[in-house]
Design a protein around this ligand. Structure first.
Ligand code: TEU
Length: 546
């Protein structure tokens, strides 16, 4: 596989992008309508979250039919039109493949429940549950009808884990990927794909909710290689990314080193746990900058040295918006948004933009628990209040951490419901929509900065190809790295705080060229001052040897 490192991916959450029917749910026609907007931004690929038939217990990650379109989102004809229109605009589509589990409404599970032994072997059934904890709270096993057996569900109890040890399951899933390949899609994002390889004998594991017992197992690499060979690996132009839960650099090197023919790149989430107290999500803590920086350096250097490739992102549909999370948005929304963008777009890997980041959208600032829809948040609220937190305390945490923060409707304009729908949106629009929307932000500083970053990646091979090395590692507030490619050097400095900071600039960079910054009129000298949330990238084409 040869991955095109010039490409930038836009993550689009179909349910919340643009509704054309008034049912309050975004749809494929809405995506078609807005494709020119995305073409103007300059992105190459759109990753679409699941739009397949689904009871929507987990917003489409509970798939009940892998090769059809949920009527709420449109028809197969709409899908084909969308792919064709994308092609005209130079935009490919990357589909979300949820192959670790399926909905208990899927016919495979229904047949299994009715006693069909062939389909019972599609799932992970045991006489005795292990002590593993579901990622959405509670035990990871549920009674399998009245058989006396239990089935494994690492997520919600309506998301039954599939048994990849069974070759018939693997065959069915290859068919799913190939079905969409034939429809002309250009990439795949594989959901929690490092959890598919489970051991034959499953054992209790008191560490970390049982994760070591089923995460990144050696057999997982075999399954990915087999999937690759049987489907997307047959077409060199397809782009693949694996979502990796609680993974390691070493495993991600194995998953993405091209020699191994597994995947093109991986998402990991370690950098988004730096505001967790004792590793627990449902807590509140200021983010630990040094931990964040160390993680970026460990992954940046480790993946570079091992020949792996990172998918770089700040926000996705499972995370609160990074802008609200890491930046003083009352005073520095533009500066913070652009600095965060540069800190990943200039790093080594493929950058992903989550819908709304290009206009600096914020968390919605909901007032009550009834505004939230996400099953994980609702479960967490119950668990927190049952374990002694007041409702107010629990709500304050939900407000900071809920996945719904990123899932609110795209803000198109200042009209009612932000121009997302003429009906009632399935999830409320964020409070700031009257000020922050596409109509007011397009061609504004954040949108323009994203365009510039995307353009620079196309022009400068050092951005797409260069190596990664940590820089200024003793700074308390600057995340800095150096890229190198064919004699060129690029130093990228990112001030993560509102407080300005002075830095001594290495001699060779003092005569360099400012490739991009979110502040005007930067003068390079032996000492430079980075302003609030300033990002600054300095290129030297012909390094001076000192
Ligand atoms: O996410 C996997 C995952 O690990 C997260 O759900 C994580 O456990 C959670 O956000 C912790 O706060 C993927 C999808 O991205 C997510 O939307 C799905 O809910 C999940 O898989 C199950 O398919």
């Amino acid at each position: 596989m040869t991955i095109d490192k010039k490409k930038v991916v836009y993550q689009l959450y179909p349910k919340s992008f643009k509704d054309t029917t008034g049912n309050g749910v975004g749809d494929l026609r809405g995506i078609i309508e807005k494709l020119p907007y995305l073409a103007e931004l300059g992105i190459d690929m759109i990753w679409l979250n699941p739009f397949y038939p689904s009871p929507q217990r987990d917003n489409g990650y509970d798939v009940s039919d892998y090769t059809a379109i949920n009527p709420d989102f449109g028809t197969m004809e709409d899908f084909e039109k969308m792919v064709a229109r994308g092609q005209e605009l130079g935009i490919g589509f990357m589909l979300d493949m949820v192959l670790n589990h399926c909905s208990t409404e899927h016919e495979w599970f229904k047949k299994a429940l009715l006693g069909d032994a062939y389909y019972q072997d599609f799932f992970i059934l045991r006489d005795e549950p292990t002590d593993w904890v579901s990622k959405f709270g509670g035990n990871a096993w549920a009674p399998f009808g009245d058989t006396g057996k239990y089935y494994l569900h690492l997520f919600d109890k309506t998301q039954a884990d599939l048994n990849w040890r069974n070759p018939n399951v693997r065959e069915e899933l290859y068919k799913v990927v190939n079905f969409w390949r034939e429809k002309g899609v250009k990439g795949f994002r594989f959901d929690v794909i490092n959890l598919i390889g489970k051991d034959e004998v499953l054992e209790d594991c008191p560490i970390n909710d049982g994760k070591p017992a089923y995460t990144d197992k050696p057999i997982n690499h075999d399954y990915l290689h087999m999937l690759n060979q049987a489907s997307f690996g047959q077409d060199d132009s397809l782009m693949t990314v694996g979502e990796m839960s609680a993974t390691t650099v070493d495993n991600c090197i194995l998953y993405t080193n091209p020699d191994r023919q597994e995947l093109d790149m991986t998402f990991n989430f370690h950098h988004l746990k730096v505001d967790y107290e004792r590793g627990q999500k449902w807590t509140q803590k200021a983010f630990d900058f040094e931990e964040l920086r160390t993680l970026f350096h460990t992954w940046g250097e480790g993946m570079d040295q091992g020949g792996g490739w990172n998918a770089l992102f700040w926000t996705c549909h499972d995370q609160p918006r990074a802008l609200s999370r890491f930046v003083d948005v009352k005073n520095f929304r533009n500066e913070g948004a652009t600095m965060l963008a540069a800190s990943i777009h200039l790093s080594r890997g493929t950058p992903y933009i989550y819908q709304g980041e290009e206009i600096g959208m914020l968390d919605p600032d909901f007032d009550s628990l009834s505004d939230y829809v996400d099953i994980e948040s609702l479960n967490a609220f119950d668990i927190m209040t049952e374990s002694g937190k007041t409702e107010q305390e629990a709500l304050a945490i939900i407000k900071r951490k809920s996945r719904d923060n990123a899932r609110t409707p795209m803000q198109w304009d200042a009209s009612e419901n932000a121009g997302f729908t003429t009906g009632t949106p399935w999830l409320k629009v964020g409070k700031s929509y009257a000020d922050i929307n596409v109509a007011s932000e397009k061609n504004g500083p954040i949108f323009n900065f994203y365009q510039e970053l995307i353009r620079l990646r196309k022009e400068e091979d050092i951005i797409s190809e260069g190596s990664y090395k940590a820089a200024f590692t003793d700074s308390k507030q600057v995340y800095a790295f150096e890229r190198e490619w064919q004699g060129q050097h690029l130093l990228v400095l990112n001030n993560f705080y509102a407080k300005p900071i002075k830095l001594d600039l290495p001699k060779e960079y003092q005569n360099g060229q400012v490739l991009i910054s979110n502040y005007d009129n930067v003068t390079l000298d032996d000492t430079i001052q980075l302003e609030a949330y300033q990002t600054l990238a300095i290129l030297i084409s012909d390094p001076v040897t000192t």
